[in-house]
Design a protein around this ligand. Sequence first.
Ligand SMILES: *[C@@H]1O[C@H](CO)[C@@H](O)[C@H](O)[C@H]1NC(C)=O
Ligand SMILES: *[C@@H]1O[C@H](CO)[C@@H](O)[C@H](O)[C@H]1NC(C)=O
Ligand SMILES: *[C@@H]1O[C@H](CO)[C@@H](O)[C@H](O)[C@H]1NC(C)=O
Ligand SMILES: *[C@@H]1O[C@H](CO)[C@@H](O)[C@H](O)[C@H]1NC(C)=O
Ligand SMILES: *[C@H]1O[C@H](CO)[C@@H](O)[C@H](O)[C@H]1NC(C)=O
Length: 452
Amino acid sequence: MHPSALLGLMAFVAAISAFPTAPDSAHSSPSIRNLKANIKNVVILVMENRSFDNLLGGQKHKGLDNPINAGPFCNPYNLTDASQGVGCTGARDFDSVINDPDHAIYGNNIEFYGDYNPDNTLIAEGKLVPHQQGFLHEQMRLYGAKQNKTFLAAEVMNYYTEDQVPVLTTLVQNYLTFNHWHADIPGNTDPNRAVLVSGTSYGHGLNDADFGNHALPQRSIFQQLTENGHSWINYHDPKGGTGPDAGYFNWTYASNNADKIVPLANFYTDAAAGKLPELAYLNPSCCGVGTNSMHPSGLISDGEALIRDVYDALRNSPQWKESLFILTFDESGGFHDHVPAPLAPRPDNLTFTLNTPTGQPYTFPFDRLGGRVPTLLISPWVSKGHVEQKGNSVHGKAVSYSSASILRTLGYLWDFEPFTPRVEHAASFEHLIRKKVRSNTPTALPSPVPFK
Ligand SMILES: *[C@@H]1O[C@H](CO)[C@@H](O)[C@H](O)[C@H]1NC(C)=O
Ligand SMILES: *[C@@H]1O[C@H](CO)[C@@H](O)[C@H](O)[C@H]1NC(C)=O
Ligand SMILES: *[C@@H]1O[C@H](CO)[C@@H](O)[C@H](O)[C@H]1NC(C)=O
Ligand SMILES: *[C@@H]1O[C@H](CO)[C@@H](O)[C@H](O)[C@H]1NC(C)=O
Ligand SMILES: *[C@H]1O[C@H](CO)[C@@H](O)[C@H](O)[C@H]1NC(C)=O
């Protein structure tokens, strides 16, 4: 054997033995058994309206597909008039964005496809694919008359630097970040939150009155866990503005389970006492200054303070060693992201129709995902600094993760079937739980920095 071949073989053997416990594949019995053996408590915090390229765009960590590692990315100021030039992604965003970008379904349409009324048939056939070129155009349409265009470009295209979001930076470096995680609907908050906890928005495409009126009839994770004998609490910031997501569902009230919706302050005392339920679901407050969800015009630094407080409480809880904290966002908020949203199975046969700025109605068939959003797994059971790329459906197809991945995975943890085809075909992530618990997790996170 040639000496270089021998060296190559030795390197190969060394590489194999560096990973003595190669992760089992998604949806497999060993990975499901390992999840069930090690994770007893799940904490889910769903923040508001930020794209991956916006919030994590300045993270230099290897494997993240974002503006600082792969950009810059540019959008024209006007999709039909090239003479107006382009605005490109750049470092430094604002603690508070004052002109909330369009994130209605038609807003996402023009941002992704350059058209308020894209052809659904061509999209479904894969003949019309998103180009992610319309974010700046739509921001100009909404606010161009009253705002300097350079400022508008910075609001919608720019990203936060590592120094501006020290809490997130520390989490990315110490835990697991998904590179391809999308909102389930290219639209507003409440429909996306409903998919996350029930697998469908039940045909809703806007934040309409049904959510607040407990009118959603479908099965939710809250009902399912109650029926399976598992505990849950929906901790809710009393300042309001999101959810409480358990409150969307008729079942929660009809079955007298609304007493499981409690103030967010209880999360901290329950964590300290080791009394967290199996599922702790947290609703932040939204959406103005003084709220903590990161939704414009709430401060990014106030959102970081909430994430740090939740982390510190869990990290110092007696339950930490059996906990999995899922930090995610409901939707991308109309902020630029350069990764197109893929098609996805329809959850049901419902559609949603709304009027667009052209005067033409647009009917959305719920057949594709929304924008890419930041999602992290935080637990002593995940690999330090791991960046997860795409996942696998139960049929072995490589697919992007989405909020439906949460129900897919929790179904393995707590023994329930997927509620909808969207969930059934979602990538699960139980295989990302390691076999050995880590002891090198940070005991506290840095303080957020208010800026500008
Ligand atoms: C884009 O440019 C065209 C042609 O100059 C103009 O008619 C249109 O109003 C512009 N659109 C926006 C959103 O500014
Ligand atoms: C527009 O805003 C940019 C950045 O905020 C600033 O540098 C520039 O001077 C402003 N231009 C005008 C015409 O106000
Ligand atoms: C919830 O369901 C109950 C019975 O199942 C029904 O009487 C009630 O009207 C429903 N409430 C809403 C808000 O839909
Ligand atoms: C949608 O409708 C078709 C045709 O009526 C039916 O076969 C199918 O089961 C429905 N799908 C769902 C998810 O309800
Ligand atoms: C982001 O969240 C807000 C608050 O829920 C919601 O109103 C908006 O539709 C979402 N984006 C928005 C604001 O649609």
